[in-house]
Design a protein around this ligand. Structure first.
Ligand SMILES: CCCCCCCCCC(=O)SCCNC(=O)CCNC(=O)[C@H](O)C(C)(C)COP(=O)(O)OP(=O)(O)OC[C@H]1O[C@@H](n2cnc3c(N)ncnc32)[C@H](O)[C@@H]1OP(=O)(O)O
Length: 240
């Protein structure tokens, strides 16, 4: 989602996302700046035909860059301080996070009947020559399916992802994704998502159906422990 220069993984009305302090805003902007630089590096490294000495020079520069970035590292059980889990801000989400070198990033918008997404995949995501790796398509689809279930008020975890690859997904081409919830059966939520190109949005290249399960409180505690702090206000936890 982007507004006033922000570009990071968030869901919901930005006005409802917790008020950003000036320093948090600045830190998120810096995380996005680093993410942009990393994505450029990853893409150029996947496309480079530079000679060996230039590549070794680049490797030395990158190793140098890891020194300031590596100084203060969080551990697995700690959320990034720039994140707002319940507000939906996940700076390093590998699909949408503006701080992630892995994320295209996929930009997601909430609509009336579901969610839509857009991104362009570079050569770093290549599977078959000129086309996206099938696992990358599944990654994008799982994410947008998760958004659709959350946006419908039924967040959960993916337990099943059926993916039908009808045609290859072209690289360096603007893509359109969409997802909507098609069934809610207690804690089980089914959603459908598609990938198409922006030029031909009705031609479904990849179609996925995802089954999501809302976690019981005991499951959330077992899986996420102190990271999630499950309580009555946590919408990801089913209370039955
Ligand atoms: C901010 C918003 C954006 C968020 C985007 C996120 C998108 C990304 C989403 C993900 O990638 S989540 C990560 C990948 N998923 C996982 O790691 C989940 C791994 N699975 C589990 O940990 C457990 O399956 C889980 C805790 C979710 C559920 O526990 P159980 O497997 O014990 O299931 P449970 O006993 O609670 O069963 C609930 C119902 O689901 C059914 N079920 C569970 N797994 C199933 C399955 N694989 N296929 C079909 N049905 C399944 C189960 O049969 C049962 O049906 P009934 O109520 O009719 O008896």
């Amino acid at each position: 989602m982007t507004d006033s220069g922000r570009s990071y993984h968030t869901i919901g009305d930005p006005a409802e996302v917790e008020a950003e302090t000036e320093s948090l805003r600045d830190r998120r902007a810096a995380i996005t700046e680093l993410g942009d630089a990393l994505r450029t590096l990853v893409e150029q490294a996947a496309a480079t035909e530079a000679p060996a000495d230039e590549l070794r020079r680049a490797a030395a520069l990158v190793r140098e860059a890891t020194i300031p970035v590596g100084k203060q590292q969080r551990e697995r059980g700690q959320m990034p301080t720039a994140d707002d889990l319940l507000g939906g801000v996940r700076m390093y989400n590998p699909v949408c996070g503006s701080g992630s070198a892995l994320a295209p990033p996929l930009l997601i918008e909430l609509g009336a009947g579901g969610v839509t997404g857009s991104c362009t995949l570079g050569l770093a995501y290549e599977g078959p020559p000129m086309y996206a790796h099938g696992g990358v398509s599944a990654l994008l689809l799982d994410q947008i399916l998760g958004y659709a279930t959350s946006a419908s008020g039924h967040p959960g975890m993916t337990v099943r992802l059926d993916t039908e690859y009808r045609a290859p997904v072209p690289l360096q081409t603007e893509l359109r994704l969409s997802a909507e919830v098609v069934n809610v059966d207690g804690r089980k939520v089914t959603a459908r998502a598609t990938i198409a190109t922006a030029a031909e949005p009705d031609r479904e290249l990849v179609v996925a159906t995802g089954l999501f399960i809302a976690l019981r409180a005991d499951q959330a505690i077992r899986l996420f422990g102190t990271v999630l702090h499950p309580d009555a206000s946590n919408p990801a936890v089913a209370h039955d």
